[in-house]
Design a protein around this ligand. Structure first.
Ligand SMILES: *[C@@H]1O[C@H](CO)[C@@H](O)[C@H](O)[C@H]1NC(C)=O
Ligand SMILES: *[C@@H]1O[C@H](CO)[C@@H](O)[C@H](O)[C@H]1NC(C)=O
Ligand SMILES: *[C@@H]1O[C@H](CO)[C@@H](O)[C@H](O)[C@H]1NC(C)=O
Ligand SMILES: *[C@@H]1O[C@H](CO)[C@@H](O)[C@H](O)[C@H]1NC(C)=O
Ligand SMILES: *[C@@H]1O[C@H](CO)[C@@H](O)[C@H](O)[C@H]1NC(C)=O
Ligand SMILES: *[C@@H]1O[C@H](CO)[C@@H](O)[C@H](O)[C@H]1NC(C)=O
Ligand SMILES: *[C@@H]1O[C@H](CO)[C@@H](O)[C@H](O)[C@H]1NC(C)=O
Ligand SMILES: *[C@@H]1O[C@H](CO)[C@@H](O)[C@H](O)[C@H]1NC(C)=O
Ligand SMILES: *[C@@H]1O[C@H](CO)[C@@H](O)[C@H](O)[C@H]1NC(C)=O
Ligand SMILES: *[C@@H]1O[C@H](CO)[C@@H](O)[C@H](O)[C@H]1NC(C)=O
Ligand SMILES: *[C@@H]1O[C@H](CO)[C@@H](O)[C@H](O)[C@H]1NC(C)=O
Ligand SMILES: *[C@@H]1O[C@H](CO)[C@@H](O)[C@H](O)[C@H]1NC(C)=O
Length: 788
């Protein structure tokens, strides 16, 4: 009898479809399951992930899934990037993500994810970028993230994370960017973080941190930006050791409940930005700061003493906010008179609400300098009428009102007519060059300037050189300051204007440019600080373009692989068929058939691949087909093993491991890549005749005879010589057979139901489209009667 226990699934012939997959390079099956689990955990109202069930993730380039471009040692492709930014996704992160062992970039920014960060993400030992900012994630930061020793960038800002900052993060030995601002992270900043020798940016502002500022952080050799505003380090001072952070560009400790005095920071040579406002600091202002200072904000403290004379050497200063302290003495007019107008076109000095009594030197205020003196004794003295204009009490810090840039053009309006998506390139070297820009939402998270205008040209150079574009190709469409302060802007990137110009970027340029933004390949810049990509929306002529590295359709490589696979498959089938015939398999089938199916020796034919249940599951979309009882299954094996005719597909094998399945060979060779039927009349006739012979065999010669009941064009497959093969016995029924005495039986004993293993609909579609024949469906065997 048949023994169908937990078998390794071994097939008598190789199954074409699996051969195709093997040759065409597919995603690791376990990673396919991970992706399906990820999708299952997400809510995707805009249906951005609607292709996450079609075929193979890597071969068919599922949205946002980026794979290795060659197979690993296990012969599979691996998912290296998940880029799902700005897709309105809600739901949660699947713990299965931790199994994407080759993942380098995990990007879910600007969605609506809830739930906590799965600790399994700590298993992603190749991960470089973990980008979860702009969601609604809650819970605490898993300790396991500390295992991410290759992590370069951790962005979980703008979520609802609570709990402490884990000590284990000290193990993230490669991390350069730690952005956890705007959450509810509480407790002490672990002093152990001083081990992060690569750390550049530490953004923990707008949390609920407490305890003290660890002096040990001064050991961070690369540290450029520390921004910890709006936390509560009540009772802590600013460690004097911070003067050893020799590369620091920005120190922002606004509203942190800090006490004590301001340490000497003069040894930090390139400090641009110092914000210690809204604390309880006392003592005097340090007598010297870096000559590079752009912004000094010490407002709303208890500072006393004079304004240091050295401040007149800060030629690039844009903002000096000392309001609401207890400063006294005179105001050195040199602060604004020595201002380097070629570099720093604006300066705001806010000294309101202090005890300042006079101005030393001539007032002589240059253009673009704003001075506020209200609330000082100086405004009450009789002989200072010329100062009264500076003594109003209006609010300081006018950075929120910095103007937006307007692009003006003298080109005729109707000369750029195509539609809304085209416009004149403002700085184009070709006059009135009209093109369609890529529009990029972009934000500087922690810039070191207070006014952008003077640095806009420098910023444009920085962006265009990072993107390898000409400076005129970038226009800053608009910008405005947000709380933080952070600078949000809308960039337009235009295609190059030269003799071979096109007025759009081509798809590979779009991919290249977006790739630089999304993989943070911009060189670090201390002055502009870290950026965020807010959106990169493809509209107008760019709508429908894809971000995937090799385009969206099946690549030529995969197509070639499929064709090679088909040929290999045809060869394999014909050789094994020959083998079977030589073994007189076709004869005495009644006796032999059951033995074949039980004999493992028979199953181990050279060159025949054994398939695991998982491989089958992948190939068949998790057996998206009918299942049937053990009895019918055995009956079908018996039946199908008896059917042997050159015009029938033959049984390839079976599986009885977790799910039962029959594998039929598929004969495909009508290589009509464009899907156009090009069969001549002779071929058609021979196909029809072949099909008819197959059916005739079923009806008259098969033991017992079989009625197919589902003859149609898609069930007639072709081999490499255009021989017709009748396939799919799903609806077949056994014809009544006469018993030994020549009588009809009382009832038809066995009903064969659907062929359990079938192609996933998408592959079946592709195969049919690529190789299949089309034509009228013939539902009834009788339509072939005329060919008998
Ligand atoms: C494939 O990967 C190699 C090594 O990572 C890389 O150098 C090459 O540019 C990649 N090719 C494509 C087309 O992405
Ligand atoms: C997100 O959803 C809103 C409406 O809920 C829609 O206006 C917006 O276009 C969607 N964004 C994306 C990127 O699909
Ligand atoms: C993955 O992470 C979980 C939880 O952190 C852990 O229990 C499991 O052992 C890890 N698996 C591997 C393969 O490292
Ligand atoms: C943030 O999480 C806390 C619980 O930790 C919850 O009470 C609060 O409603 C959440 N806030 C938002 C905006 O989701
Ligand atoms: C990771 O950090 C924890 C807590 O600081 C520490 O106990 C552990 O030894 C570290 N592991 C490694 C590999 O550095
Ligand atoms: C961060 O939090 C602060 C304080 O709640 C808020 O003013 C600011 O807008 C937030 N920033 C972002 C980018 O969400
Ligand atoms: C902040 O932490 C304190 C304890 O340090 C706690 O009492 C308070 O509820 C926390 N606030 C938020 C908004 O989490
Ligand atoms: C302004 O800055 C430029 C460039 O750093 C420098 O060459 C020039 O001497 C400065 N002018 C003044 C008046 O400081
Ligand atoms: C004042 O600012 C405007 C706009 O930034 C600039 O064009 C102008 O040159 C500045 N004037 C001086 C004297 O720096
Ligand atoms: C820019 O345009 C706006 C209206 O679109 C106008 O209010 C503003 O004054 C313009 N600014 C400049 C500098 O031209
Ligand atoms: C992209 O970001 C910019 C800047 O924040 C914003 O003005 C624009 O509306 C955004 N576009 C989309 C489609 O979200
Ligand atoms: C046009 O500009 C592009 C981009 O700058 C450049 O690669 C190309 O060589 C230029 N073509 C000519 C003919 O100048």
């Amino acid at each position: 009898m048949l023994q169908l226990r937990t078998c390794e699934c071994v097939f008598v012939l190789s199954y074409c479809y699996l051969a195709l997959l093997t040759v065409a390079q597919v995603t690791s099956p376990s990673e396919v399951n991970v992706l399906l689990a990820v999708k299952n955990n997400l809510i995707d109202p805009m249906k951005h992930l609607s292709d996450w069930n079609k075929g193979d993730p890597c071969a068919f380039k599922w949205t946002g899934v980026f794979c290795s471009n060659s197979t690993g040692t296990d012969d599979y492709l691996h998912v290296e990037e998940l880029q799902l930014m700005n897709m309105n996704l809600s739901g949660s992160l699947a713990p299965e993500l931790g199994q994407l062992s080759h993942l380098k970039i995990l990007d879910f920014t600007w969605n609506k994810l809830t739930g906590s960060i799965p600790r399994e993400i700590g298993n992603l030992s190749s991960l470089k970028l973990l980008l979860l900012n702009g969601n609604k994630l809650s819970g605490s930061l898993p300790d396991e993230l500390g295992y991410l020793s290759k992590l370069d960038r951790l962005q979980v800002d703008q979520n609802n994370i609570s709990g402490p900052l884990p000590k284990s993060f000290a193990n993230m030995s490669s991390i350069r960017h730690l952005h956890l601002n705007n959450n509810s992270i509480s407790g002490q900043i672990p002093p152990e973080l001083h081990k992060l020798s690569a750390l550049f940016h530490l953004l923990l502002d707008n949390n609920n941190l407490s305890g003290y500022l660890p002096p040990e952080l001064s050991k961070l050799p690369e540290m450029r930006i520390i921004q910890l505003d709006n936390n509560n380090f009540s009772g802590s001072g600013i460690p004097a050791t911070y003067s050893n952070l020799s590369r620091l560009a920005k120190l922002s400790l606004r509203n942190c409940s800090l006490h004590g005095s301001i340490p000497d920071l003069s040894s930090i040579r390139k400090l641009y930005y110092l914000d210690l406002s809204k604390n309880n600091l006392d003592g005097s202002i340090p007598s010297k700061l870096s000559d590079s200072m752009r912004t000094i904000d010490l407002s709303e403290n208890h500072l006393s003493g004079p304004i240091p004379g050295s401040f007149s050497n800060l030629h690039f200063l844009q903002r000096l906010s000392l309001e609401s302290n207890q400063l006294n003495g005179s105001v050195p007019a040199e602060i604004w008179q020595k201002m380097n107008s070629t570099k720093s076109a604006r300066l705001t000095i806010d000294l309101r609400n202090n005890s300042l009594s006079s101005i030393s030197g001539a007032l002589n205020l240059p253009d673009n300098v704003t001075l506020r003196l209200g609330g000082n004794p100086i405004c009450k003295s009789a002989n200072t009428a010329n100062l009264m204009q500076f003594c109003g009490s209006e609010a300081g810090g006018d950075w929120t009102t910095e103007r937006s840039m307007n692009s003006t053009t003298t080109c005729p309006v109707q000369a750029c007519p195509i539609d809304n998506f085209y416009e004149y390139v403002p700085a184009s070297p070709l006059p009135c060059f009209c093109a369609s820009p890529l529009k990029v939402g972009y934000r500087l998270k922690s810039p070191s300037f207070s006014y952008f205008d003077p640095y806009a040209p420098q910023f444009e150079l920085y962006v265009t050189s990072s993107l390898n574009l000409n400076p005129y190709q970038l226009a800053i469409d608009s910008f405005f300051w947000e709380e933080g302060p952070r600078l949000r802007m809308y960039l337009k990137l235009f295609p190059p204007a030269n003799t071979t110009h096109s007025n759009t970027f081509n798809e590979s340029e779009v991919r290249r440019i977006r790739g630089i933004f999304t993989s943070w390949q911009f060189p670090g810049d201390n002055f502009f600080g870290p950026y965020e990509l807010l959106n990169f929306t493809l509209v107008g002529p760019y709508a429908g373009m894809h971000f995937d590295p090799k385009g969206k359709s099946i690549s030529k490589g995969v197509l070639v692989a499929i064709i090679l696979g088909a040929i290999a498959c045809a060869i394999a089938i014909s050789s094994v068929l020959t083998l079977l015939i030589a073994g007189r398999f076709a004869r005495n089938h009644r006796k032999l058939s059951s033995r074949h199916l039980t004999s493992k020796a028979f199953m181990k034919i050279d060159g025949v691949k054994g398939f695991t249940f998982k491989e089958l599951a992948l190939a068949t979309d998790n057996f998206n087909s009918s299942t049937q009882g053990q009895k019918e299954f055995l009956t079908e094996i018996k039946l199908l093993s008896r059917l042997h005719h050159r015009n029938l597909v033959s049984l390839v094998g079976y599986c009885d491991e977790e799910e039962q399945g029959l594998i039929m060979d598929h004969h495909i060779s009508q290589m009509d890549y464009k899907g156009k039927g090009t069969l001549n009349f002779g071929s058609r006739l021979s196909i029809a005749l072949g099909s008819a012979k197959g059916i005739l065999y079923l009806h008259t010669e098969a033991q017992p005879p079989v009625f197919h009941r589902d003859i149609k064009a898609t069930n007639i497959l072709l081999d490499s010589k255009l021989n017709a093969k009748v396939a799919d016995f799903g609806l077949s029924r056994l014809a009544p057979v006469l018993d030994d005495e020549g009588n009809l039986p009382n009832h038809v004993s066995t009903v064969v139901r659907g062929t359990p293993v079938s192609l996933t609909p998408y592959y079946a579609y592709i195969l049919r489209k690529t190789y299949g024949i089309r034509g009228k469906s013939m539902h009834d065997d009788s339509e072939f009667a005329s060919y008998y």
